[in-house]
Design a protein around this ligand. Structure first.
Ligand code: MN
Length: 292
């Protein structure tokens, strides 16, 4: 078989807070030697590993802030997040659900623990992934896809191995519901101990995985919980085998856009001029209005 080799396995970096609700390990582009272009079209990966949240009547989170030029993909593994944006979209991202927000020409949004969940508190665990938009789509109309868990594609693996939950792209003949602006595969492998799944993506695609729960052998190499694996752009096939019960692995692969990336804070564009324009537009109220 034409195996895709592992470029590196890395443990989580030090955490930082996003607002007062999200305590994240940044993997993309925070790993030394891994720049945004190296995982193109995945330009940011923030991971809130499991943490206990104490009950509070005032939900923690991050207040009103802008985005332009890309998409934010929020995957809730434990806990609930409430979202509102200036395009008028909003919703609750429950445990197991995904929200795919296309900021495109620009939105203001805020992200908080869901009120009722916050009152009860509990285990919180989440991924936020930023997917870049092709130049042609950066200034298009903002969009929003709520992807509840039950709408995801589900491929049941043979021999009580578990299943693959498809958010975007395809696993064998099972397709995910997310609409993407470039070829992107995003899926969770939910595996029983000894459960095995084989993945295949074109070698030019940038491919990585994150062990969200449990532990795995990736191509026979040990990868513990909360570790990230970046694959080389050589070969197509890799295998994941769970070595613990209830193992969950987030797998991402995407065709690189190969366009210039100029990122500044919440804006990701192609030129410096476009970043300056974004600040100008923000200051002139062109991102709309959202109450704090
Ligand atoms: Mn945001």
């Amino acid at each position: 078989m034409n195996y895709k080799k592992i470029a590196f396995v890395t443990h989580p970096q030090e955490t930082h807070w996003v607002g007062d609700g999200f305590k994240v390990h940044n993997f993309i582009p925070g790993i030394p030697g891994l720049e945004m272009k190296d995982m193109d079209p995945f330009i940011l990966l923030d991971y809130n590993a499991k943490m206990e949240v104490t009950p509070s009547d005032t939900p923690r989170g991050v207040g009103v802030h802008p985005h332009r030029g890309f998409e934010t993909v929020t995957i809730a593994y434990n806990g609930k997040v409430q979202h509102h944006d200036s395009a008028g979209n909003g919703g609750i991202i429950g445990t197991g659900d995904v929200q795919w927000m296309t900021a495109a020409s620009g939105v203001l949004h805020k992200e908080y623990y869901e009120k009722e969940w916050s009152r009860q508190g509990g285990t919180f665990q989440m991924v936020q992934l930023w997917t870049n938009l092709p130049k042609a789509d950066k200034m298009s109309t903002p969009g929003y896809q709520a992807i509840p868990n039950e709408t995801m594609g589900r491929y049941v693996l043979p021999g009580n191995s578990g299943f693959v939950e498809v958010i975007a792209g395809k696993y064998n003949d099972v397709e995910g519901p997310a609409h993407t602006h470039s070829p992107i595969s995003l899926m969770n492998a939910r595996l029983n101990p000894g459960g095995k799944a084989t993945f295949s993506f074109p070698e030019s695609y940038n491919t990585a995985l994150l062990v969200v729960q449990g532990s795995i052998l990736a191509n026979e190499i040990d990868v513990p919980e909360n570790n990230f694996v970046k694959f080389e752009n050589k070969g197509e096939v890799f295998t994941v085998e769970a070595t613990e019960p209830d193992t969950v692995v987030l797998i991402m692969s995407g065709k690189p856009l190969h366009e210039p990336i100029v990122a500044y804070g919440p804006f990701v564009m192609n030129t410096k001029q476009e970043i300056m324009q974004a600040f100008d537009d923000l200051n002139h109220g062109k991102f709309g209005y959202l109450e704090d």
